[in-house]
Design a binder for this molecule. Structure first.
Ligand code: GTP
Ligand code: ZN
Length: 211
């Protein structure tokens, strides 16, 4: 593993002022970020989110997926607790990259589901890696996570990489007519531990920036 810490700074957001830690993966040239709040190195499990990049959902307000809603909800929950960590991993499109995700969306516009679209393009359903979190967790002194996720493969992959997951915390938010089918496929084909009935609706999410 070739993850190297580069620099840290303040990052004020509408919810809290986080500390932003920047890392470089020397093998892939990708950069990754961890946002922390409070004392995360005290040995107690830390409320955390391991978030994979979704430019369309996180930055462009896309309603095709639940990523942007989850990102916002995770930052809010960490701010409410006054302590936590959010990893922002640059593995866009479940690891296939932005342009291939647009190709996959094009196939989905013609009727494929999110898994079929990846497979038709010659990719696995999910090409992400989570072992890169280990050196970042070590650098931050985090002993264990209370992980906000619905994805059992994420919990397994992190556990196998040696991360202590003390608890899985569901994060079901942002249901809307454009992502209902996508979320159904995640629960059905990808095994995410959630039901549509668990979700808060996108219309309930306050996307106004209060800063
Ligand atoms: N290939 C592909 N990637 C997608 C699609 N929709 C979202 N993504 C990517 O999927 C990643 C988010 O993964 P999800 O499967 O939504 O959720 P997760 O992180 O596995 O699980 P949670 O922790 O429960 O959110 C981001 O990298 C998105 O860019 C899609 O239709 N096709
Ligand atoms: Zn997304």
């Amino acid at each position: 593993m070739t993850i190297r810490f580069i620099a840290a700074s303040r990052l004020p957001t509408p919810w809290a002022t986080f500390t932003m830690h920047g890392f470089e993966d020397e093998a892939t040239g990708k950069d990754h970020i961890a946002l922390t709040l409070g004392d995360v190195a005290d040995g107690q499990p830390v409320l955390g989110r391991v978030h994979s990049e979704c430019l369309t959902g996180d930055a462009l307000f896309s309603m095709r997926c639940d990523c942007g809603y989850q990102l916002q909800e995770a930052l809010k929950r960490i701010a409410d607790e006054g302590r936590g960590v959010l990893f922002y991993l640059r593995q866009e499109g479940r690891g296939i990259g932005l342009l291939n995700k647009i190709r996959a969306y094009h196939l989905q516009d013609q009727g494929a589901d999110t898994v079929e679209a990846n497979e038709r393009l010659g990719f696995g359903a999910d090409m992400r890696r989570y072992d890169l979190c280990v050196p970042m967790l070590d650098h931050l002194g985090i002993a264990a996570l209370r992980l906000m996720t619905n994805n059992p493969r994420k919990v397994d992959a992190l556990t196998q990489a040696g991360v202590n997951i003390a608890e899985r915390v569901p994060i079901t938010t942002g249901l809307n007519p454009h992502n209902e089918q996508y979320l159904t496929t995640k629960a059905g084909k990808l095994g995410h531990m959630m039901a549509l009935g668990d979700f808060t609706h996108a219309s309930d999410v306050d996307i106004e920036r209060k800063g």
